[in-house]
Design a protein around this ligand. Structure first.
Ligand code: NDP
Length: 499
């Protein structure tokens, strides 16, 4: 089990047939380190021809892995989880360099990724068992049984906000179920999935079973359209999700899992303990520089505690949101993914101002000492907007918390659900009957009661409405990487017919 993080992690960003390689392609894209703003490499873009050869290699490697028992596969995946835990600090530091998030968050992401491997490997032998059914004619004369078989080669396309964890949420169940995987990371954060390839190989995964190709939309589309890709799991925006679903139906029929964007809401009733409600608003808006798909930028606060809550939230944000080099232990706000994204968030702050919003803190670019050229934004808290304003309607995907007053339960449920997204929502109240009553009426895949942004490997994760379909992190996820075969058996010597 030999694994160590390469010092030149940006120089070889493909993982093909068990090895880290440079990749080939006439076009390249720059690889950024968001914390410093530096370009740390140039990565070739995989053409459709390269995608084809990588998928074919995975298809050739699949039978050996696909015919192992669940326990044999689990042994490899548990070993990989151990390697991750043994190298957690180094992997977390690489994740920070890849994405710009604070090291304390990266440590949590990497630890939970190891848990995902253990969980999927651990439940696979039980969850993927077949059934047996007696048929008319007597027991063991006519019967049927089912087998859960892997699909073959699975294509996965990831977003950049949780590079290692997003990859793991797809790869762990896909491999535990016996598939081969071709993974395309976001070009904004291409390195972490390559580390995962090195870890899996060190744990004993056969060469070719997990491949990483790099590129932009053309590469992703080629993966979606490839006839040997038997399922596609995608995390990204709604607009790209629509293209992915179309491309996946264009050459053959394949199942698609879509984990898409959100415009979630946190509802705070006036019987809430304000300190905890403030904590929830912090968790709902400022993890990972606000680049979290479940983030509740819409914070609905009942009039009775509006002033107290707003003052306390601004005070807490001023005290606790320590910005700096994300490699420092005490940093709580790191860098955004790139300059373009940072400017997009600043654009929402400007639009909020022009639509009558008051910026209570932040909303400006920052240049922390030592990492002045990185992509830093002072997290914003804004009040005074109405539900029709651009910032309240659209996904911002950045640290931009919007405080919206409300009066009644009925009114707030209607306003929370008045969006085409349906990823997550939160409700804060000491009245638990009210929490459950509201949870049942909210159109969201996850509802947090008196909490926000919890994520556990055994709890289903996914969206309603335009936020996608399919789930990650639960037994159903593992099943979704298999196909069920029904086998009818007749053990009698003769077969009668109806003619
Ligand atoms: P994008 O949709 O822009 O990109 C996602 C991936 O798809 C990238 O690798 C992208 O490459 C690729 N891609 C682009 N065009 C195509 C195409 N035509 N066919 C196939 N692949 C394509 O999303 P972001 O990376 O910007 O991520 C942010 C979004 O992801 C937000 O909306 C966020 O809410 C959502 N998200 C959802 C999560 C969930 O679990 N529900 C979790 C995390 C994020 P390229 O960048 O080159 O275009």
């Amino acid at each position: 089990m030999s694994f160590s993080i390469p010092s030149d992690f940006a120089s070889e960003l493909y993982f093909i047939n068990g090895k880290r390689v440079k990749g080939e392609g006439e076009q390249t894209f720059p690889v950024y380190e968001p914390r410093s703003g530096a370009v740390v490499g140039q990565c070739p873009t995989a053409s459709p021809a390269v995608v084809d050869s990588v998928v074919r290699a995975a298809s050739a490697a699949f039978p050996e892995w696909g015919t192992k028992t669940e326990l044999e596969r689990a042994a490899v995946l548990h070993k990989a989880a151990t390697i991750i835990r043994d190298n957690l600090e180094e992997i977390a530091r690489a994740e920070v360099r890849c994405n710009g998030k604070p090291i304390y968050e990266a440590r949590v992401d990497i630890a939970s990724s190891a848990d995902t491997l253990d969980y999927m490997a651990g439940i696979a032998p039980a969850v993927l068992q077949g059934d047996s059914m007696d048929l008319p004619g007597g027991p063991l004369t006519r019967f049927a049984y089912t087998r859960r078989e892997p699909l073959g080669v699975v294509g996965c396309i990831g977003a950049w906000n949780y590079p290692f964890q997003t990859c793991m949420w797809k790869v762990a169940p896909a491999l535990a179920a016996g598939n081969a995987v071709v993974y395309k990371p976001s070009p904004f954060a291409p390195a972490s999935p390559v580390l995962l390839g090195m870890i899996l190989t060190a744990a004993g995964l056969p060469a070719g079973v997990y491949q990483v190709v790099q590129g932009e939309a053309e590469t992703g589309q080629a993966l979606c359209e490839h006839p040997l890709i038997r399922k596609l799991s995608f995390t990204g925006s709604v607009a790209t999700g629509q293209k992915v679903q179309q491309a996946c139906a264009s050459k053959n029929i394949k199942p698609v899992t879509l984990e898409l964007g959100g415009k979630s809401a946190l509802v705070i009733f006036d019987d809430s303990e304000v300190k905890s409600a403030v904590a929830a608003a912090m968790l709902a808006n400022f993890l990972n520089q606000g680049q979290v798909c479940t983030n509740a930028t819409r914070v609905f606060v009942q009039r009775g505690i509006l002033e107290e809550f707003t003052n306390d939230l601004v005070k807490e944000a001023n005290e606790k949101l320590v910005m700096g080099d994300p490699l420092n232990d005490d940093t709580r706000v790191g860098a955004n993914i790139n300059e373009g994204h940072l400017n997009r968030i600043l654009g929402y702050v400007e639009s909020a101002k022009s639509e009558g919003g008051t910026v209570l803190r932040g909303g400006v670019r920052a240049h922390p000492a030592g990492v002045e050229n990185g992509f830093y934004l002072e997290p914003a808290i804004i009040s005074g907007l109405n539900d029709e304003s651009k910032a309240v309607r659209e996904e911002i995907f950045g640290a931009c918390c919007l405080i919206l007053p409300f009066e009644t339960e009925e009114e707030v449920i209607r306003r929370v659900n008045n969006t085409s997204f349906g990823l997550a929502a939160g409700v804060f109240s000491k009245n638990l009957a009210r929490c459950h009553r509201i949870a049942a009426q909210l159109e969201a895949g996850t509802v947090f009661c008196n909490s926000y942004n919890d994520t556990e490997v055994n709890v289903p994760f996914g969206g309603f409405k335009n936020s996608g379909h399919g789930r990650e992190n639960c037994p159903d996820t593992l099943k979704a990487y298999t196909q069920t075969k029904a086998i009818y058996v007749n053990v009698q010597d003769s077969l009668e017919h109806c003619f």
